[in-house]
Design a protein around this ligand. Structure first.
Ligand code: HGY
Ligand code: MN
Ligand code: MN
Length: 400
């Protein structure tokens, strides 16, 4: 499976993946998912929101056990963030068939669309729509960097954008969703275990800061006469670091756009996107509030107009305790060891769906902790341990 998937959407320049929602690379990933489903005799379908499903057993029977993740990537993402969960789902099914497992519940494998939000700015669009956390109208208004709307992008990829919306009937058929994911830090590595179970996801969000000044000549405009938005943006980046450090949170300006973007022009607009996350809501509020306050002071000092827009927000997620404990029990019984239960600062479809159905996550060790980078890695033995753990969990949940 990896041999087929690894070349798809890979940049030869960076070695990273550029699999953005509703692009050609995404279509190739989706074709791969469909082939894998059909090769295993699973019933393949695409839901109203463009998420792909592969069913073993009757989808309408209820209490289904579902596993999967996403295949899209951040700009120059690694090979494992998302695909490890999807590949492991198919591999776990193969393993269960090899074991002769007898399923008493329907099992589904899923690829959620547009998890990273790399193209349209909002993460987990497929699962948010399904869970009713994003309306059709809001989704239709999402636009990529070239001015293409999500609706147009869906349509050109052959998906009906008017069909999107909440899917409570589908969610009502699911008894449990388990997402396997490469860990995106080193917490698991530090415990010495290959596989762990998720406890919680930090609250997190994305804010757009628009600093508007005045374009002018870089050579002839006296410093005193400038309204340069880059200065207040730069000071805000430093303030974000300070606020996060003080609070034990994280804050990142990882994306910026500059107009007119000329080397010899003072910018008229600097737009920076802040991603911030913290262990608790009140800490996140303090950090983002502090960054915004500092940004306003800097903007005022330089004669800059500032707009701050919250583009997305995901509250803290506590994974279903009963399901989490069940996973830890199943894996602990198998290995005779205590399975680590870890929190994470990364967002996932399992987090979005946790408001509607019982969800849980398995993490596979990441030896360097690096993720959202071409350098992301996972050892083959650990990936195999992840597949075994997922197979054990699915057997425990769907074959009893
Ligand atoms: O950004 C995130 O946390 C995620 O990987 N979508
Ligand atoms: Mn990611
Ligand atoms: Mn992911």
């Amino acid at each position: 499976m990896w041999a087929e998937l690894l070349p798809v959407g890979r940049s030869s320049a960076s070695g990273g993946y550029r699999r953005y929602a509703w692009t050609a690379a995404d279509a190739d990933c989706r074709a791969w998912f469909r082939e894998q489903a059909e090769a295993r005799g699973l019933a393949y379908e695409v839901d109203r929101n463009g998420n792909q499903w592969a069913w073993l057993g009757d989808p309408t029977a209820g209490d289904a056990v579902v596993t999967g993740s996403h295949l899209d990537s951040v700009p120059d993402g690694g090979a494992f963030d998302g695909p490890l969960g999807v590949v492991s789902s198919f591999a776990a099914l193969d393993e269960l068939r090899h074991r002769g497992a007898r399923f008493t519940k329907p099992l589904a494998l899923v690829n959620f669309g547009d998890e990273e939000g790399a193209r349209f700015g909002l993460a987990c669009v497929g699962s948010r729509l399904t869970a009713g956390q994003l309306t059709r109208e809001q989704a239709h208004r999402l636009t990529d960097g070239d001015g293409v709307t999500l609706a147009q992008a869906m349509e050109s990829a052959g998906h009906d954008p008017d069909a999107i919306g909440p899917d409570p009937e589908r969610l009502a058929r699911i008894g449990a969703f388990v997402e396997l994911h490469v860990e995106q830090g080193r917490a698991l590595d530090l415990t010495g275990n290959a596989v762990g179970v998720a406890s919680a996801i930090w609250p997190h969000g994305r804010w757009r800061f628009d600093f508007r000044g005045e374009a002018n000549h870089a050579g002839t405009t006296r410093l005193a006469d400038r309204r340069d938005p880059m200065l207040s943006y730069a000071e805000t980046v430093l303030a974000a670091r300070r606020e996060a450090e003080l609070a034990g949170a994280v804050a990142t300006f990882g994306k910026i756009s500059v107009e007119p973007n000329g080397v010899n022009a003072i910018p008229s607009l600097v737009r920076g996107w802040l991603d911030s996350r913290a262990p608790e809501q009140h800490t996140l509020d303090t950090v983002v509030g502090g960054i915004e306050k500092a940004a306003r002071e800097y903007a005022d000092a330089h004669g800059i107009d500032l707009d701050v827009v919250r583009e997305s927000f995901t509250p803290v997620v506590e994974f279903d305790h009963a399901l989490r404990d069940e996973l830890a029990r199943i894996l602990g019984t198998d290995t005779g060891l205590t399975v680590p239960v870890l929190g994470t600062g990364a967002g996932h479809d399992a987090g979005i769906l946790s408001g509607s159905i019982p969800t849980a996550m398995l993490f596979v060790r990441n030896p360097t902790g690096v993720s959202h980078s071409p350098a992301e890695s996972a050892a083959e033995d650990d990936c195999v341990a992840g597949v075994r753990a997922l197979a054990d969990v699915l057997e425990g949940l769907a074959c009893r």
